[in-house]
Design a protein around this ligand. Sequence first.
Ligand code: A2P
Length: 273
Amino acid sequence: EATVTELAKPKAPTLPDAQKITYVKHWTDRLFSFRVTRPASLRFRSGEFVMIGLMGDNGRPLLRAYSIASPSWDEELEFYSIKVQDGPLTSRLQHLEVGDELIIRPKPVGTLVHDALLPGKRIWFFATGTGFAPFASLLRDPQTYEDYDEVIITHTCREVGELTYGAELIDSIRKDEMLVELIGAENLAKLRYYPTTTREESPKMGRITDLMRSGEVFKDLGIDPINQDNDRAMVCGNLAFNLEIKEILEEFGLREGANSDPKEYVVEKAFVD
Ligand code: A2P
């Protein structure tokens, strides 16, 4: 028979909303991605973010907003993160290993969703750095290709190595049999990838903002400049980039939309610890 003291013993501590890490990959000394089991209750729209984190030393969860990089149909969740050496969360997250626990609050939100845009012919995804994450989700969502005739993803990073996660993802979308079947080979032909670097030599150098202002990106892709009738855009990057590209999109006649008020473009800040 159990004694009273045994019955009163607390159970082994388990985190609230805990999930298990299933995969970790380090892309550069500053970037990594990981996959984690998906809470049964979590439904989200591709492009949204959730709060994730670890238990802090004070016994309270230390949480940050992270874009979900996996598509909404995926049975696991994927995240793409920077490593900040003195960042409160990423200094610890970067040491995660398969089997470790991660807190995920199953309340997705965000503006980088198809519902926040009016119908159009062409969708642009503009990313810098880890701002690629929400697009890693949207690019694997069949709806992206059903809604548009052309899908263009631009990714600007300082160095070539920072493009690898995105480049491999694009490659896998085009080659992975399951994804090709799910999205459709004819739909995947709509996908165009435009990577650029700013501080290391690569086939395309320069900030995407400068390449838009000069018209070079439209010339490279062989398309007309952005206009209000045809083009829709989602933007995710660092603060200065977001502000500058907003200005450019407004000059092209696009207006910022929201879930409750869909228009021609939407913006969200990429994660920083
Ligand atoms: P640059 O190297 O010229 O600063 P970060 O790693 O600092 O978040 O930057 C990611 C990428 O975003 C870099 O290639 C950087 O270019 C670029 N970037 C920074 N600010 C802007 C801006 N205002 N407009 C366009 N690109 C920017």
